[in-house]
Design a protein around this ligand. Sequence first.
Ligand SMILES: Nc1nc2c(c(=O)[nH]1)N[C@@H](CN(C=O)c1ccc(C(=O)N[C@@H](CCC(=O)O)C(=O)O)cc1)CN2
Ligand SMILES: NCC(=O)N[C@@H]1O[C@H](COP(=O)([O-])[O-])[C@@H](O)[C@H]1O
Length: 213
Amino acid sequence: MKLGVLVSGRGSNLQALIDGIESGKLPCSIDIVISDREKAYALERCKRHKIPYLVIKRKDFSTQEAFEEEIIKALSGVDLVVLAGFMRILSEHFIKAFPMKIINIHPSLTPAFLGKSAQRQALEYGSRITGCTVHFVTEELDSGPVIVQACVPVLPDDTEETLSERILSYEHRLLPQAVRWISEGRVKVMGRKVVVHGANYGTLPANPQLEVF
Ligand SMILES: Nc1nc2c(c(=O)[nH]1)N[C@@H](CN(C=O)c1ccc(C(=O)N[C@@H](CCC(=O)O)C(=O)O)cc1)CN2
Ligand SMILES: NCC(=O)N[C@@H]1O[C@H](COP(=O)([O-])[O-])[C@@H](O)[C@H]1O
C-alpha cells in the first residue's frame, strides 16, 4: 500500500512508520512526505531514509484552496494519506479528494480534548486517564470514525512534556498498527462505527486506580 504522509514537526510518528516498513512489519511504502514547514525535523528523517519529500507552505499560496490543490497534486497515486502531526485544518474539498482515505493520529481519546494541545487540555482538566486515537479524517476536526485507541495514565506530577512523551510512546505503536490493518483490508467503516476484522475487542488494560472494594 502506497502512503503519503503529511507532517509539520518532529516526525516521530513518521519515524515509527519508517521503522515498521524497514523491519518488514508494515507492508507499505512511503511514496511522498509533505511538510507545511521548511524546518520540520521530519524532513531530516526523510533525507536519512531516502524518502521523497516536498515542502508546501501555506504562505506561498494566496488561498487555502490553492495550497491544498498543490498537496492533492503531490499525493496523486497514493492509496492512503496519513496525517502524522500535520497541524493544518483541511477543507471539505481536500477530504472529498480522498474519501475515507485519510487517517490522523490524535493525542487524546476522542471525542475528549479535540484540536491543538490535547495533552495540555487533559492535564488542565485533571483527567487521570487520557490516550491517543487513530481516526479517519472528516471535515469536522478530530471527529472522524475511530479506528483504534489506546489508554494512557496521567500521573500526579506530569507536565505537558512528560505526558506528551508518554502518549507518543503509545502513538508509535498505534499508528503503524492501524496502517497495517488498513493495508490488510481488515477495516470496515459503517457510518460512525469502524470494525476491524480479527482485532481483539475483549480485553481492557487493568484499571490501576481501581482498588478491591
Ligand atoms: N478537516 C480536518 N483537518 C484536520 C484534522 C481533522 O480531523 N479534520 N486533523 C488535524 C490534526 N489535528 C489534530 O489531530 C489538528 C491540527 C491542527 C489544528 C489547528 O488548530 N491548527 C491551526 C493552526 C495551524 C498552525 O498553527 O499552523 C489552524 O490550522 O488554524 C487542530 C487540530 C489535521 N487537520
Ligand atoms: N492535533 C494534532 C496533534 O496534536 N498531533 C500530535 O502532534 C504530535 C506530532 O509528533 P511527531 O511530529 O513527533 O509525530 C503527536 O503527538 C500527534 O498526536
